[in-house]
Design a protein around this ligand. Structure first.
Ligand code: FES
Length: 135
């Protein structure tokens, strides 16, 4: 049953926008696990959202390759342009900004992920263009 936790979390998240407490209770009941078993997994993985996120979730990689090649500047630029800090969502719920561990694209650092799309070899110019292109 435990092997089904992550795929089912994704389904609940897709349906409800994030993994909310009723969703956690539902999964615990269906999988015959404790609620804390579900929360342990949910709080470990950055791709599981335990609070509402914006339409566009910008996840800036902050691990070594990206850090050495300027991820701090990328995060700062996103924060300034969106008017939020990492870990926050804009008031209109369009954008959420997060800093995350390695996304497995170290050879094309610095990079960020917006929803399911990777954007690599980022420069300040590219970041501005990408953010401006989001409707
Ligand atoms: S260090 Fe950024 S993708 Fe791996």
């Amino acid at each position: 049953m435990r092997s089904a936790i992550l795929p089912l979390m994704f389904i609940v998240q897709r349906e409800r926008g994030y993994l909310d407490p009723p969703g956690v209770s539902y999964l615990a009941r269906r999988l015959r696990l404790r609620i804390t078993d579900i929360w342990e997994v949910a709080t470990f993985y950055s791709m599981i959202h335990i609070k509402p996120i914006g339409k566009y979730h910008i996840q800036v990689c902050k691990t070594l390759s990206c850090k050495l090649l300027g991820s701090d500047k990328i995060t700062q630029m996103c924060a300034e342009k969106l008017g939020i800090k990492a870990g926050e969502t804009t008031a209109d719920e369009r954008f959420s900004l997060s800093e995350v561990e390695c996304l497995g694209s170290c050879g094309t650092a610095p990079m960020f992920q917006i929803n399911f799309d990777y954007h690599e070899n980022l420069t300040p110019e590219k970041v501005g263009e990408i953010l401006d292109s989001l409707d």
